[in-house]
Every structure is written in C-alpha cells, then in structure tokens.
Design a protein around this ligand. Structure first.
Ligand code: DON
Length: 311
C-alpha cells in the first residue's frame, strides 16, 4: 500500500500538472445545449481532496459550472440507498453500452432496458425509481443529496435549466421509449424534467473533488464528516463508474488510468482512488465521447505520479 506524499509535494504536483495541461489544444465545448457553448473554453482547474478531507487546488477551482452527467452518480448513490444496489442492477442494469451517452440504438438492442444508470436513459430511469410523492419532492431530494455529497452550496441555475428544458427533445423521446417498455417508474415527462434539472445545477471543481473523495472515503464526506451513503453501496457504484463513467471511452480509461471516473458535458471530470483521494478537473473542451480533453490528461498525470491505478 502506497501513501500519498507530503502536503507540499502534493500541492506542487497539482500546480505542475495544472500548468502543464491547462492550455492543451483540442476538443470543443458542447454546443447541443446552448448555454454550454457560451462558457469560456480557457477556464481550467484541478483539485485533489484526500480521504481525510485535505484540499489541494489550482486554477479556477471556485468557478461554478454545469454539473451535467456527473449528477448521475449522485442520484445513483441516493437510489441505491432507497432501493438497494441489486434492485438497481435488476431494473436498470450493470453493463456498459459501448455506445454514446444518449444512444437510442443501445436501448433498442436491449428491449428498451437502459443497461447502465450512467447513460441518459438509465439516469432518467433512476430518477423515476427514487422514492417521491410528487415532482417537487423528487427534485428536492436530488438537490439535497448534491449538497450533502459535495458539502457545497449547490444551486439550480435558472439559465442553464431554461437552456436545457427548451432543447431536450431527444431525452424526451428516450423517456417515452422507456415508459412504453415498462422501464420508467413515474410519469416519463416528470422523469425527464427532473433529470434535466439535476443536470442544471452549478458546482465548482472543488465540489466535485469532495464528491469523489466521499466515494474514496467509503461514503463519508471527509469535509463535513457526514455519512451520505452506506459503505456497502460504494463498491457497486464505483463498478458502474468503471463500466460507463466516461461512456464509450470507459474501457480505454480503465486501461490507461485505472480509476473509476465520471464526466459531464459541462467540462467536469472526476476520478476516485479508493481509500486515498478524489481528483476533479474542469475544462470545457470535450472529445467526441463527451469527456474533457484537458481534464483527462490532468487526472491521468496525477494518477500516474501517485501510483493510484487500482488494477
Ligand atoms: O442529458 C444530457 O444530454 C445532458 N444534460 C448531460 C449529458 C452529459 O453530461 C454527458 N456527459 N459527458
């Protein structure tokens, strides 16, 4: 078992890695959600939070950006608390799709079952399976979990939400396909509307690193000290992240970096080194799979330098 280096060495690694990759060329902001196209592409941040709650940060680590698909792991954590990981596996799935995050083909080839809670179809199914009496309660439970797992002041951005709710026609189509097959467990437009809101909250890179560190710390937020999920649910959740966290690049990511990860089209990316630390990055330009180009390089570098590969 290797240990993390001293605080000054860790901060130097974070600084050096950030400066090495913050201007790396390549990729483009997501543009299918109008708001995301307008975020300055040159913003960048790298944050490491240890399983003890120590924070090492560089760059724009307090800039608020759209959480997007990283919200899927938060809702999944909440859902596993509600119904247990086996029910998630049975009703939604635990396999990679090998296809893009919003693929209809992936659904059609599997009797409209999502396979993974981390693609759009599975994330809407997850929202629909949460215990809630009405849409507002469904939403508030998710927002509350986003706040508890980050120990951050996460808020809904009305601007992002408006931008997404008025352009999410593809996701609405997916929600109806799920519903028709019996794989959506509330009104499909409620599932889509609440899912879209959960993607539209503002988080910082530091929030995401605390989120990742909470998984690294077996479900206890190391900054607030609160247990936000049971220890037993952490391993199946990290397994889902390994299989689908970076979508159709997840296999290459496991091969190269060897850490469960999760990306969002807002430019956020995080990785979990169990028992050691959470690593998060922010940089809007994305590759073809929807993963931050600079973020991937920063996390790969930190993971290599700290010998974090779990395989
Ligand atoms: O549903 C969508 O398409 C977006 N709100 C989120 C997609 C996303 O972040 C995919 N991630 N890389």
């Amino acid at each position: 078992m290797n240990h993390l280096p001293s605080p000054s060495e860790l901060q130097a690694l974070v600084n050096d890695t950030y400066h090495q990759f913050r201007d790396l060329p390549g990729g483009e902001n997501a543009s299918y959600i109008p708001y995301l196209a307008s975020v300055p592409s040159e913003l960048a941040a790298l944050v490491v939070v240890t399983a003890d709650g120590d924070v090492y940060q560089a760059g724009d680590s307090d800039f608020g950006f759209a959480i997007e698909s990283i919200s899927k792991v938060v809702t999944l954590a909440l859902l596993m608390e509600d119904v247990g990981s086996e029910t998630v596996r049975e009703k939604i799935g635990a396999e990679p799709t090998g296809l893009p995050f919003n693929s209809v083909l992936a659904l059609c080839e599997h009797q409209d079952k999502p396979l993974s809670p981390l693609v759009n179809a599975g994330a809407m199914a997850s929202v629909s399976l949460l215990k809630a009496d009405n849409p507002e309660q469904r939403w508030q439970r998710i927002l509350d979990m986003q706040r508890r797992i980050t120990a951050g002041n996460v808020t809904l951005s009305e601007e992002i939400n408006q931008s997404e709710q008025t352009t999410n026609f593809h996701n609405r189509g997916i929600a109806w396909l799920l519903y028709a097959a019996g794989n959506c467990f509330c009104d499909p437009m409620e599932a889509c509307e609440v899912y879209t809101r959960q993607c539209s909250t503002l988080v910082t890179c530091k929030d995401l690193a605390v989120l990742a560190a909470t998984f690294a710390n077996k479900g206890v937020n190391p900054v607030s000290g609160e247990r936000v999920m049971s220890r037993d649910n952490v391993a199946p959740l990290l397994a889902e992240m390994t299989m689908e966290g970076l979508y159709d690049y997840s296999g290459d990511w496991a091969f190269e970096v060897g850490l469960p990860g999760k990306s969002g089209v807002g430019g956020g990316l995080l990785a979990v080194a169990p028992g050691k630390c959470g690593i998060a990055t922010f940089s809007p330009p994305l590759d073809e799979s929807g993963n931050s180009v600079r973020g991937q390089r920063m996390i790969a570098e930190v993971a290599k330098a700290l010998n974090l590969n779990i395989y």
